[in-house]
Each structure stands twice: as C-alpha cells, then as structure tokens.
Design a protein. Structure first.
Length: 328
C-alpha cells in the first residue's frame, strides 16, 4: 500500500483543497447575501496564512512527513490489518494524538507561538480552520508522524487525518448559522460540535484553554478539559492581546515570536530563558506570571457568586490593558 502513497496522497490533498474551497465560497456567499460578514480582510488573512502554512509541506512534505512515516513503518511493533475495526482504532488513536498535540500548543510557549496564529481570528468562519503559521510543519505533523511504528499503515493514517480535517472545517462554521445547527447538547457527549469549538476559540476568561479535541469530546472529558458553551456567556474570539491586529498578516504571523524573544532577552538566567520557551504562555521569571488556569478560576468564582455580572467573566478592553500577547 505504501508504494502508491505519494500518488494517493497528492490526490487526497487535491480533493481536500477543492472541498475546502467550495465550502468556503459557499459560506462566504451566504454571509454576504445575509449581510452578516464582519470582515473580508480577516478572511483574506486566513487564506494567506493557509498559503504560508502550506508552502513548507509542498517542498518538504514527502521527505519530512511521508519519508519519516515510511521509515518508521519498517520498524513497526506489529502489523495491523486494514479491517474495518482497525480503521476505527486508527481514527481514535489519531484523534487522541490530535488532542495531545493540541494541548501542547496551548501549554508550551514555543508551540503556542505557532498554534496561536490560529487563535488570533476574531470572527468565526470556515476560513479560520486553515488559518495557520508558516512554522506549522514543526507542530501539526507530531500528531501523525510516529503512528506507523504502532503498526498503522501510513496511508490509513492520512485517510483518517483527511476525514478529521474536513470535520474540523465544519466546527468553524460561522455562528450566524447556529440557528440551523444549534448547540447540539446530545452530540456533545461524544463529539466536538461547532458550539463546543467556539468555546475553544473564545478569549472569555471562563473559557480559556478548554476543548482540545478535533472529532471526539471524550478526551477532554477524561482529562478534565471539557467546557460546554454557557447560555448566558457569548464567546468573544481572539487572544488576550490588544497589540496583535487580526487583520494584519505579518502581525498574526510574527508578533507572538517577537514577544517570546523579548521575554527571553529579559531573563538574566539561562534556566529562565529555557522556561520561557517551555512554560505555558503568561509565565514570567519575576513572579511566575498569571496563566490561563488562574484567569479561568477567578472567572468561575465570579460566575458562581450571587452578585455575578456577565462582564466580570468576559474580557473587556479595559481589562486587557497591560496584558501582553504572551498571555494566552
């Protein structure tokens, strides 16, 4: 099967590209017709970010990803068949790895500088699904590249990834269409729905760092990172930074790295310079900083308090003043 993988992989990528393009154009037309489009410019930033993200894969994909997976498959621990239940197992293993790598994208500052590009979007729509970093090839392939050593054929993994990416596209549907989709509470027990994924993209303090799954919500529930969308708190999209303009391509691609470099330079000790790279966003060498969990815990205390006010758990411009883009 691996003999024909380069040809089949190329066809899969082409089909995926056409499907994405068709769905994006359809949503764009519906938003324009219904006059619900907030920003065409941010949509173009999403598209150009996708181009930047795709270039390394175009030149290095077969060598770095396919080559490594084929090499690892030679040293597989076992040989798994292509039976239907193996396909299901492969999809589950892939989805768990996506959850884990996605978690690293939020909990390790280096990976956040890559993954954070995806979160800079301030309007939810299908093109956000492909809003990636020019250094994405250092992060996303970690989801799949080692799976052949477990005995999964690389072609099987690529098929599972393609299906999951299409499902992930659906999760980014514009919330204007929520009237048709709804919150799908029953599906949340097993699947990541658009509503659940909106929570993941929200910068409301109460929603920070929740819902890392791509297809299944079971991993978030097992590890305690699941959060349903609250009826009385509408998600506000973006990251906790007033410096990054979501409509500026160079800012969304580079400013998170600039801030990391500034923090590294400010640290007097080598160990703290390393910690800036490996610790979660928001950490600093002076007093430990304030990270997502602290913001989230405070927001929940305010939410559960009898004198609760909605604005106390939602980021406002005044509350964001002084918060650097190194904070989630």
């Amino acid at each position: 099967m691996t003999t024909y993988l380069p040809i089949l992989l190329g066809k899969l990528q082409g089909i995926f590209g056409y499907v994405v393009l068709g769905l994006v154009i359809t949503e764009w037309l519906l938003l324009v017709i219904s006059k619900k489009m907030e920003s065409n410019r941010e949509g173009w930033v999403n598209v150009f970010s996708y181009v930047l993200d795709s270039i390394p894969y175009f030149f290095l994909g077969k060598v770095m990803i396919f080559g490594t997976m084929t090499w690892l498959y030679q040293y597989r621990l076992t040989t798994l068949s292509d039976a239907w239940y193996i396909w299901i197992l492969a999809y589950l293993v892939y989805d768990f790895m996506f959850w884990l790598v996605h978690l690293l994208g939020h909990q390790v500052r280096f990976f956040w500088c890559i993954h954070g590009v995806h979160h800079t979007a301030e309007e939810m729509k299908l093109t956000v699904a492909v809003r990636g970093s020019f250094l994405g090839f250092l992060h996303i392939p970690l989801t799949i590249i080692w799976l052949p050593i477990l005995g999964f054929d690389p072609f099987m993994i690529f098929i599972c990834e393609s299906i999951a990416r299409l499902y992930g596209l659906y999760e980014h549907v514009n919330d204007h269409f929520d009237r048709y989709v709804g919150k799908q509470r029953l599906l949340e027990y097993l699947f990541i729905t658009p509503s659940v994924h909106r929570v993941h993209h929200a910068k409301n303090y109460i929603y920070l760092d929740r819902n890392y799954g791509e297809t299944f919500s079971i991993w978030d529930k097992i590890f305690g990172t699941f959060q349903t969308e609250l009826d009385d708190i509408k998600p506000v999209y973006g990251i906790l930074s007033e410096e990054i303009n979501s409509k500026s391509l160079w800012q969304v691609q580079l400013l998170l790295w600039r801030d990391l470099w500034r923090d590294i330079r400010s640290a007097p000790r080598l160990i703290d310079k390393i910690r800036y790279v490996l610790k979660p966003p928001g950490w600093n060498h002076r007093d430990g900083g304030k990270m997502a969990a602290a913001y989230r815990d405070e927001a929940w205390q305010n939410y559960l308090h009898p004198l609760f006010k909605k604005e106390e758990v939602s980021p406002s411009n005044s509350k964001l003043e002084g918060i650097s883009s190194s904070t989630i």
